[in-house]
Design a protein around this ligand. Structure first.
Ligand code: ROI
Length: 161
């Protein structure tokens, strides 16, 4: 069965725009999957330690026949192929982050994977790109994305043309 997943993309190292473009190509090339849409790219102030470069963020809509954990494996492979290393510093800079924000209407609570993604409801750099491609979206609990946006000011974000 095909499901619509939403993937958050983020980078603040090694030419972030190129990282995101290359990640979108890699997403399109996943088995049993196609990128149905992606948002604009947004420059965003770092959440976490402020002594790191600003991020580029985007969200992609991926139609996939992969299971959630197979998709997670595939995303982690793409992160590693694009030079991601796990650093000691929590919330430190990264070459590429690919997060499963939503997977159909599923609630997933497993050691490796929590969906909806923990912090998505409070992060402008996730919600505004997501709303750009899915303005009528509801979270699995029924909350419309418009309600989340109202509680999350458009601050520290700049949409690239
Ligand atoms: N901050 C921004 N602006 N964008 C991100 O994608 C991002 N990712 C992270 C942390 C370090 C929490 N901060 C971020 O993982």
């Amino acid at each position: 069965m095909m499901q619509r997943a939403y993937i958050g993309l983020g980078s603040n190292l090694a030419t972030p725009l190129l990282q995101l473009r290359s990640a979108l190509d890699a997403l399109s090339a996943l088995p049993q999957s196609s990128v149905a849409a992606h948002s604009s790219f947004y420059i965003s102030d770092p959440l976490g330690p402020a002594d790191q470069p600003r991020y580029v963020n985007a969200v992609a809509a991926l139609d996939t026949g992969l299971s959630p954990l197979a998709l997670l494996d595939a995303l982690q492979t793409i992160e590693l192929e694009q030079g991601r290393t796990r650093k000691a510093e929590r919330w430190g800079p990264r070459t590429l982050d690919l997060d499963i924000l939503l997977f159909g209407n599923l609630h997933i609570d497993e050691p490796r994977l929590t969906v909806p993604h923990y912090h998505m409801h409070a992060r402008a750099f996730v919600l505004y790109p997501l709303a750009e491609i899915a303005p009528d979206l509801r979270l699995p609990d029924g909350r419309p994305i418009s309600e989340l946006l109202e509680a999350c000011p458009y601050v520290g974000l700049e949409r690239l043309p």
